[in-house]
Write a protein that binds this ligand. Structure first.
Ligand code: IMP
Ligand code: MG
Length: 183
């Protein structure tokens, strides 16, 4: 077994499930109902934030039974983890944003810097409105610069991964959400 494979296995063994696949599915369905009640007339441009939101978006969107369009965006945060860290757009959506209602789809709202920067970017491009759905919201005790309009699951202030979220690039493919033990 290669070193990276061993490392991935070690991470998994040092972790525990905090939300299983059934709990996530129930949450995704509830979110779809909330979004449908609020946005079904908006013809939203849904933006999947790469790569963490891929699995979540893939499960959520088939539950939305109204017209919408879909695009992706790759955004990264560089530098340290304090306020004011730089948010870089690695790959913008290709769809025209001007005059559209936007639904940002993300995996986790932690400090909130990333989503706040992305929200500002869409408004600067002429979006009519920007709403946010997150699979998870981290209970980190911080006052966040923004709130998500639709929140799936509250996760504890620990490192979490699975269901699209990675730990050092590993385990996005897990069907449940895990947290590092003793974190
Ligand atoms: P923030 O809200 O600007 O702090 O950044 C949120 C981003 O950080 C998410 O989209 C994830 O990519 C990453 N992130 C934050 N906390 C975690 C975690 O516990 N596990 C995996 N990724 C995380
Ligand atoms: Mg992310």
């Amino acid at each position: 077994m290669s070193q990276p494979q061993k490392k991935a296995i070690d991470y998994l063994q040092a972790s525990e499930v905090i939300f299983d696949n059934d709990e996530i599915n129930a949450s995704v369905k509830r979110l779809a109902a909330e979004i449908s009640a609020d946005m079904s007339e908006d013809f939203p441009l849904c933006i999947t934030l790469l790569r963490g939101a891929l699995i979540f978006a893939g499960q959520l969107l088939p539950h939305l039974h109204f017209p919408l369009t879909l695009d992706t965006m790759d955004v990264g945060r560089y530098g340290d983890h304090t306020y004011g860290s730089k948010v870089t757009i690695r790959s913008p959506p290709i769809t025209a944003v001007n005059g559209r209602h936007i639904l940002l789809i993300d995996d986790i709202l932690d400090v909130g810097i990333t989503l706040e920067a992305v929200r500002e970017w869409f408004l600067a491009q002429g979006a009519l409105s920007v709403k946010i759905v997150v699979l998870t919201d981290k209970d980190n005790g911080l006052s966040k610069p923004l709130r998500a309009d639709f929140v799936g699951l509250i996760v504890p202030n620990r490192f979490v991964f699975g269901y699209g979220m990675d730990i050092q690039g590993y385990w996005r493919n897990l069907p449940a959400i895990y947290a590092l033990k003793g974190d």
